[in-house]
Ligand binder design. Sequence first.
Ligand SMILES: Cc1cc2nc3c(=O)[nH]c(=O)nc-3n(C[C@H](O)[C@H](O)[C@H](O)COP(=O)(O)OP(=O)(O)OC[C@H]3O[C@@H](n4cnc5c(N)ncnc54)[C@H](O)[C@@H]3O)c2cc1C
Length: 468
Amino acid sequence: MSIQSAHPARHRVVVIGSGFGGLFSAQALKRADVDVVLIARTTHHLFQPLLYQVATGILSVGDIAPATRLVLRKQKNAQVILGDVEKIDLEARTVTSRLLERETVTEFDSLIVAAGAGQSYFGNDQFAKFAPGMKTIDDALELRGRILGAFEQAELTNDPEERARLLTFVVVGAGPTGVELAGQIAELAHRTLEGAFRRIDPSEARVILLDGAPVVLPVYGGKLSENAAKRLEKLGVEIQPNAMVVDVDADGLTVKEKDGTIRRVDSQCKVWSAGVQASGLGKQLAEQSGAELDRAGRVHVNPDLSLPGFPNVYVIGDMMSLDSLPGLAQVAMQGGKHAAKQVKATIAGTPPEERAPFKYFDKGSMATISRFSAVAKVGKLEITGFIGWLMWLVVHLMYLVGFRSKFSTVLSWTVTFLGRGRAQMASTEQQVFARTAIEDLQDYERARAAGLIGDPAAVATGEEREAG
Ligand SMILES: Cc1cc2nc3c(=O)[nH]c(=O)nc-3n(C[C@H](O)[C@H](O)[C@H](O)COP(=O)(O)OP(=O)(O)OC[C@H]3O[C@@H](n4cnc5c(N)ncnc54)[C@H](O)[C@@H]3O)c2cc1C
């Protein structure tokens, strides 16, 4: 199938991704004389910074993931297509996406690529099965099931060693996501679940935050790192710095210390938040354009965010490499708006060499540690404690998309932060096991395609044979 323009003569901008970069660039083109086609593999715009609150039962999926189609409902020049982009052809100016067996080819005049990044296991992808990352809604719901499931299993065992393993939660990576997650698992164990079990005391759970770096929140350093570490320890989180994870299995992790000592951490529930790898679409762009990729697979772009040799193609957000800018929501949003501006300038006749370079305005960064406590860095200003937490609260509310999301989030936060309650404590078997089932199915399909297994459709069931 190919996507036709509603106005064949009009400039068509294809946007890949409905995250911060994709959505903000599409919205910035609202009044432009263009057709916008936004293609994403998810139906929603995901507010990733609050994923850990879905994983720990504070927020619902709907709070942080409005349907992109509904967000753009009133933007008449925008069309939303669900599909996994498999191929970008820069010369033919087409994007090929797939939804199940349906293939769609969409032509573009300008292309904005904002497909983000996934988790990186630094060449050890086999760890993912036992220590999933937290990048998607599926990840967060699976993690919620794993965390709550570990408490449930601990309640049922009579073996003290097994109970200790089940009640040990390990977060790998002490960046903002790891810190926030560890803090929330600790609060869950100490506050929310207090008195809810009869045979175990949830507050005996160990929450371990591991990192190869010597401090937590290494990007902040100094006073903010120290403050975050103190707060975490007060919550009962065990910080284990200078610890490299060298193996992960179902029952725990193997860790190598700075002095080379190898030790074991027994734990059923492990989470990986240690690294990112840009979307594989970056490699395709690099191969076709000659652009370079950095170690995280991000594409080196021109100062105006365009792809070298292709002034009509922009790479933004977590996929772009420019001036060592970090993978932050603000970088993606501002990049999205800048790319949209260049598209408008092009239509107005501005040649590529006269385009303005992208200038990132650093509005600061922050990480929350527990209720009423966060660290924030705005320029040279370093803020900790309650004031930092209030700033965190306001900023996150500002950037949540849609009034309904903001309203329900405030309600959930009130219940959780002022009381003990968490409204989203349900989890299902499918949330925990679907990943394995899908992987098994994919293995099966691959084996079938390779001719290693027969086609089940060709094998009649017993009943059919009898009927025949
Ligand atoms: C758990 C977590 C916490 C974070 N916390 C913070 C924080 O506190 N502050 C902060 O500033 N930043 C934070 N970040 C980083 C921030 O979320 C990212 O920098 C930002 O989302 C990048 O935006 P993006 O548009 O480049 O990518 P994303 O927001 O990741 O969006 C990528 C989009 O591309 C789509 N996509 C991917 N591949 C394909 C494909 N092949 N075909 C079609 N669609 C595709 C995805 O479905 C998605 O819609 C956090 C990230 C995570 C994961």
